[in-house]
Design a protein around this ligand. Sequence first.
Ligand SMILES: C[S@@+](CC[C@H](N)C(=O)[O-])C[C@H]1O[C@@H](n2cnc3c(N)ncnc32)[C@H](O)[C@@H]1O
Length: 225
Amino acid sequence: MSFDPARDRFRTFGRAKGRTLSPAQAALMEAHWPRLELRPGDALPPGPRWLEIGYGMGSHLLHLARTHPDVSVIGAEPFLNGTAKVVTGVDHEKLNNVRLFRGDVRELMAALPEACLARVLILFPDPWPKARHNKRRLIRTAFVEELSRVIEPGGRLLFASDIPHYVDWALSRFRAHARDTGHGFDWTGFDPERPPEGWPGTKYEAKARREGRTPYWFELVRADT
Ligand SMILES: C[S@@+](CC[C@H](N)C(=O)[O-])C[C@H]1O[C@@H](n2cnc3c(N)ncnc32)[C@H](O)[C@@H]1O
């Protein structure tokens, strides 16, 4: 399935740029970006490959790369300042298993071959809580279809959210996809109230907790068909 500007016309993210990068950040971007950038259609890094969608300021993505040196960690995020933060971390920690796409992950996914990802993480996607903005939510029927195309059978999807309405919305779409296709996502028996082992936290999760909201985690497995 390709990226369809008519179907995918609603922007799912807020800002793509914040403060001007510091001269040091700009210099690191210039030095490392050509090596780190993964454009749609580029040859993929070696497997196993994990994709973190919407990594924000990138602390969780850096944690993944640091703790799983044998995994190629791919990040997709349109926010330049978060990208610069990850590039700085990659430089400081000398990580060599990170590739980054700066933009709408749906464009990257449309160019991915089937079953090329062992794991996908969607951690606290933009909630778009107002009813008139719900159409901007990333997790939609077409997106769930794309996820099930690019995740390998037996591969895992971790989804976290602190917005009960988004949780219901997302789970009902995963359930409907499984029912309609017979090869969707199954539960892994994961407890939604407990973070995965070794969970380092994310910036948005900390904000949610400060504001009195409870985070939930859902681990799904791509049916082995
Ligand atoms: C609420 S923030 C959460 C950031 C981070 N995961 C965390 O927990 O701190 C959601 C992030 O998803 C990104 N995002 C939204 N739509 C996206 C898309 N279509 N492709 C890639 N990233 C997206 C936004 O730019 C934003 O940084």
